[in-house]
Design a protein around this ligand. Sequence first.
Ligand SMILES: [Fe+2]
Ligand SMILES: [Fe+2]
Length: 273
Amino acid sequence: MSFRIAQISDTHLSRARPFFDGNFPPLAKALRAARPELVIHTGDLALDGADSDDDLNHGVEAMNSLGLDWLAVPGNHDVGDDAVLAGKQPITPERLARWERCVGPLGFYRDIPGWRIVGLDTQGFSANPAHREFLAEAIRGAGDRRVALFQHKPITEEALADNAVNYWPLLPNSRAELLAMFDGRRPALVASGHVHQQRDRVADGIRQIWAPAIGFIVGDAFQKPVGHKLLGWVEHEFHEDGRHEARLHAMEHLVLHDIGRIPRAYGALAPLA
Ligand SMILES: [Fe+2]
Ligand SMILES: [Fe+2]
């Protein structure tokens, strides 16, 4: 017996500014054909959910159009980002409340045979006691089940011991607090989005899967290649005996937008030196 979850990420949808909406219908068609038991969106559902109810509402309408059971965790473009990285959109109680009002809970867990699937809002993790309490409770109640985390940002870019403050992975203090809650254990899987690159590796005893985006990539002139710059989704298969398999579904017929060439979406990006 197994349970299949389709992980999608970084759709960046907007009714008012639909730069990337054209990639959603082909994705929806593929998901309906694949018929997973659950779809999990790992954040950046909306182009500007941090400031627009309508962008989030539009993202929810798109997800509902799948006709599939779905859950989502927020990304930095849905609720803002950590103060040290935020620029114009820091995480605030108002932004978190907007997500809860328009989309749903900031975190969730669901038990399937052999596993507890935990959706975690990693945006502002260390600043928000409610986030930490939620994760502690989710881990405590998992019992013998293996724990799979679905979250927006990767747990790290390279190693858990990394100390640099970097825009792409979890901040070091959030990572340390998250891992401490496992009390010497480890999550078996961390499935994330945000980087707009696909990657699948085991490091520090954790399977770390980065889902590719649906909306766009960040071209090499603006972002160091760490994984693969493509668009698509990831099919996870969880088995009762604790095994887990993941399959990449690259979607080569989507439009491979490069956000660095579309300054009208988020403003001009700084080219890499
Ligand atoms: Fe994104
Ligand atoms: Fe993001």
